[in-house]
Design a protein around this ligand. Structure first.
Ligand code: TGC
Ligand code: FAD
Length: 388
């Protein structure tokens, strides 16, 4: 009899190359050994061990698509698979690699001077230094162009004033990429060292989602930045958004990792839980939920793979990325909510993982363009009419 391919019905693995499969296997083993054992305790305590970055660095998963400065030179499909495996454990760890890779290493690699690349990239890729990306402000979330952080240029330096809020890694970062406007409302990015006078951070203590990930507020009070610390090669907002594209792509794979774990946990639970004198999985309503999970996860993964292959051919994938970020977050949160429900009261226990994934997904659907923002981006690209 032919194998029953319920777990991988489209034979996605047959479409992965040997090196991609090897990367996925290595990361999966690393996650089970290094991340899984502490995830429940760390989530309960809002605790993040900064040394994890060095482990990520030694696995080659920080800036994995960069070929030089110590980067592994992997392709975008591999980057997606890394995000997928890591988010099976917790979205916070995937956030750690997304921010460092797509929002810190990528802009320096793409828009930095050679001097900046040599100074920062080796340490960021090895995990010796941690970066953050400051775009959002308290009054400028979905619409970052309305930011109130401004820079002025003097003869010898730039002076930046303003604040950034909800910034991943801000409380632990060594390097801050801060986006600011000048009086002509032109956007520029600056590389600011953690010890710079006038730069202060605080930790958002009462965050109920993505609890392992340190998130913070940044204030910039007459921060003086030398002339050689501006990213010299940016071209307005499209450069900022090009960083978000990479992060959104990783998120789209990642959320399916959280959904996949929740699917398997709920499948295993309902096969073994006896209620009304038979396994829960012997009920049609339960099997329908399992079929819905299988359907959405596997279709989403195929779309992720298609998009990764297109990125590896350097195609314009901005529409694909908005479709994926929007669809996969929405589908993943629904799958995880159903999985939680299928465990009944036990679904509320931290040792069963699902409730943590569910609460994390509330963050993931919000950051990097909330669901409706991606609908508006897709609507604009279809019709040519901007609603924002
Ligand atoms: P708009 O007029 O649409 O565009 C301005 C220029 O940018 C170009 N562009 C893009 N380029 C590359 N990739 C994209 N995805 C692009 N989208 C737009 C566009 O062609 C134009 O270029 P040009 O040459 O004509 O000037 O700009 P807008 O200001 O009207 O933007 C509207 C909108 C809604 C699309 C944008 O503001 C948006 O995406 N808002 C969502 C904000 C967001 O996603 N923030 C993320 C913050 S970082 C974060 O959350 C990190 S979480 C990290 C983690 O832990 O994983
Ligand atoms: P708002 O913009 O106020 O939106 C609120 C709601 O209104 C959303 O549902 C949105 O879809 C909807 N909405 C907004 N405008 C419209 C419209 N025109 N039509 C219809 N509906 C609309 N930012 C960074 O720069 N760097 C980071 O590292 C970072 N990390 C983060 C980590 C966490 C844990 C979180 C929660 C956020 C992080 N963010 C970061 C910020 C994140 O990008 C913003 O929260 C996000 O862009 C949404 O902005 P907002 O929270 O201000 O919501």
């Amino acid at each position: 009899m032919k194998e029953n391919s319920w777990i991988d019905p489209f034979y996605l693995k047959d479409h992965l190359k040997e090196d991609e499969l090897a990367i996925q296997k290595n990361i999966s083993e690393f996650c089970k050994k290094e991340l899984l054992p502490n995830v429940i305790k760390d989530n309960r305590n809002h605790s993040f061990d900064k040394n994890i970055y060095k482990s990520f660095g030694s696995m080659g998963i920080l800036g994995p698509t960069i070929k030089d400065y110590g980067g592994a030179g992997a392709n975008y499909v591999s980057y997606g698979l890394i995000a997928y495996e890591i988010e099976k454990i917790d979205s916070a760890y995937r956030s750690s690699i997304s921010v460092q890779s797509s929002l810190v290493i990528h802009p320096i690699y793409k828009f930095g001077s050679e001097e900046q690349k040599k100074e920062y990239l080796p340490d960021l890729i090895s995990g010796k230094k941690i970066g953050c990306f400051g775009l959002t402000e308290s009054e400028a979330g979905s619409d970052p162009a309305s930011m109130k952080t401004f820079f002025e240029e003097t003869k010898n330096e730039f002076i930046i004033n303003g604040s950034k809020n909800w910034i991943t890694n801000a409380p632990i970062a060594n390097l801050f990429i801060i986006w600011a406007l000048n009086d002509k409302k032109e956007i520029r990015g600056f590389l600011i060292d953690e010890k710079t006078k006038g730069l202060n951070t605080s930790y958002i203590e009462n965050k109920t989602s993505l609890k392992i990930s340190p998130t913070g507020l940044i204030t910039l009070n007459n921060v003086r930045v030398p002339k050689n610390k501006i990213l010299p090669n940016t071209e307005g907002w499209k450069s900022v958004f090009s960083c978000l594209n990479k992060a959104r792509y990783g998120i789209s794979w990642g959320v399916m990792g959280a959904a996949f774990e929740s699917w398997l946990i709920s499948k295993n639970y309902t096969e073994n839980r006896i209620m009304f004198k038979k396994p829960l999985a012997a009920n049609q309503l339960i099997q329908k939920k399992l079929a819905d999970m299988q359907t959405e996860i596997n279709i989403a993964l195929c779309a992720c793979l298609f998009t990764g292959r297109a990125m590896d051919k350097n195609k314009n994938v901005i529409n694909a990325i908005s479709i994926l970020k929007r669809n996969n977050c929405k589908k993943a949160i629904n799958i995880i909510r159903d999985a939680r429900d299928m465990l009944g009261a036990n679904g509320l226990l931290e040792e069963n993982h699902i409730i943590r994934h569910l609460v994390n997904l509330e963050t993931v659907k919000t950051y990097e363009g909330a669901e409706d923002i991606h609908a508006l981006i897709l609507g604009k690209n279809q019709t040519g009419i901007a609603t924002f």
